[in-house]
Design a protein around this ligand. Structure first.
Ligand code: XLS
Ligand code: CA
Ligand code: CA
Length: 439
């Protein structure tokens, strides 16, 4: 029985199409900058928003209509839901999906029962993956919803909670490996604090690092070779999340000798919550060789919280793809739609409109960014801007050949600095517009 009757596999029809159930830009086999769009973008649908999101908010009940879901917490319902999910992945031509352990299978009355539930649903996921060819981009453990995690998981003040979280990640690594997951994500959940009055930050961070080292050791012991990713976020649910942004994560990883084992999963909405742009977070991670994957969504600057909306803004997707291409692509990562339809968009059809819109926006962003890079439209100005470092005193500074004394001597002789050149921001912004018009 179809969960989405009347909807066929979404096809590419080109920019002139006005069919809302067709791609206008995402043409999976089209080659852009030497690779197919499918290979560049590696789209992934998330299980939690798309198949577990109810549409509830702090002020009102759920609104989503999910005809495939009987609303129960049974394993049988979870298996039916999994089949519905794969129908959507296939119809969207999404090559990947991502889940939390507790999204796909219900939490049991004991840890052992939760493990059994997870195994039972994983069997169906495995069958569906084999049948459809859709693959697992990443798995992760939900260590924030259950009340036991009220003080955090690996950073909880309660050592038993650390042990419970470790057991959960152990199991989730096993299942992720079994399903061929290409990455494993740690998003901080409740790893942070509400007040320093009751918090030993040093101890909590030491524990978090221990937890990650244990995860690496265990992954090695079972032969899981996927990439570990940390997903930065500055706040929500805690006032101060430890993994607050790319710079904080990399500093933490470096301090605890974890840098070689992790990359970052950068989310657009989290970047803006941190007071940065997505471009900034991506470039910061990329310049340190730590750009692993992205969560593709957007916030609403007027609301200012983690609204996880579908990305439709060509500037956002162009800027995101510019940085990703500049750093050589996403490797084993992907463009993961960690996004939910608004509670007012409650029909199954809206799930299609939302993903198609996001996939098209990224496909167009990819084309625009590839053209800008191909013609070096921004790069030329950047190169010129730093030309003073290519020879003379700039080259000497970069080569470490001079210190303060030599620089003072240089400036005393010269008297004043060479004239500054314009930054040309407005020109560059207009150039980006030109490429968006043209794509
Ligand atoms: C929450 C995060 C979360 C992670 C996966 O804000 O975005 O959904 O992506 O745990
Ligand atoms: Ca996310
Ligand atoms: Ca988010």
């Amino acid at each position: 029985m179809s969960a989405f009757p009347g909807i066929d596999v979404i096809q590419y029809e080109g920019p002139e199409s006005d069919n809302p159930l067709a791609f206008r830009w995402y043409n999976p086999d089209e080659v852009v900058a030497g690779r197919s769009m499918r290979e560049h973008l590696r789209f992934s649908v998330v299980y939690w928003h798309t198949f577990r999101g109810t549409g509830s908010d702090p002020f009102g009940a759920g609104t989503m209509i999910c005809p495939w879901d009987d609303g129960s917490d049974s394993v049988e319902n979870a298996c039916n839901r999994a089949r519905a999910a794969f129908e959507l992945f296939e119809k969207l031509q999404a090559p990947y999906y991502a889940f939390h352990d507790r999204d796909v299978a219900p939490e049991g009355g004991t840890l052992a029962e939760s493990h059994r539930n997870f195994d039972a649903v994983a069997k169906v996921l495995q069958e569906e993956q084999q049948r459809s060819g859709v693959k697992l981009l990443w798995g992760t453990a939900n260590m924030f919803s259950h009340p036991r995690f009220m003080h955090g998981a690996a950073t909880s003040c309660n050592a038993d909670v650390f042990a419970y979280a470790a057991s959960q990640v152990k199991k989730c690594l096993e299942v992720t490996k079994e399903l061929g997951g290409e990455n494993y994500v740690f998003w901080g959940g409740r790893e942070g604090y509400q007040t320093l009055y009751n918090t030993n930050m040093r101890r909590e961070l030491d524990h978090l690092a221990k937890f990650f080292h244990m995860a690496i050791d265990y992954a090695k012991s079972i032969g899981f070779s996927g990439q570990f990713l940390i997903e930065p976020k500055p706040k929500e649910p805690t006032k101060h999340q430890y993994d607050s942004d790319a710079a904080a994560c990399l500093n933490f990883l470096r301090s605890y000798d974890l840098l070689d084992s992790f990359k970052l999963n950068i989310e657009a909405n989290h970047a803006t919550l941190a007071g940065h742009t997505m471009m900034h977070e991506l470039d910061y991670a990329g310049m340190q060789g730590a750009l692993g994957s992205i969560d593709a969504n957007t916030g609403d600057l007027l609301l200012g919280w983690d609204t996880d909306q579908f990305p439709t803004d060509y500037y956002l997707t162009t800027q995101t793809m510019l940085v990703i291409l500049k750093h050589g692509g996403l490797g084993s990562g992907g463009v993961n739609f960690d996004a939910k339809v608004r509670r007012e968009s409650f029909e199954p059809l809206d799930l299609f409109y939302a993903h198609i819109g996001g996939m098209d926006a990224f496909a167009k962003g990819l084309k625009v960014a590839a053209a800008i890079l191909e013609e070096n439209a921004l790069g030329r100005l950047v190169e010129e801007r730093y030309a003073s470092w290519d020879s003379g005193i700039g080259a000497k500074i970069e080569a470490g050949e001079v210190g303060f004394a030599e620089l003072e001597q240089y400036m005393l002789e010269k008297g004043e600095v060479a004239a500054n050149a314009s930054g040309r921001q407005e020109l560059l912004e207009a150039i980006v517009n030109r490429y968006i018009d043209r794509a």
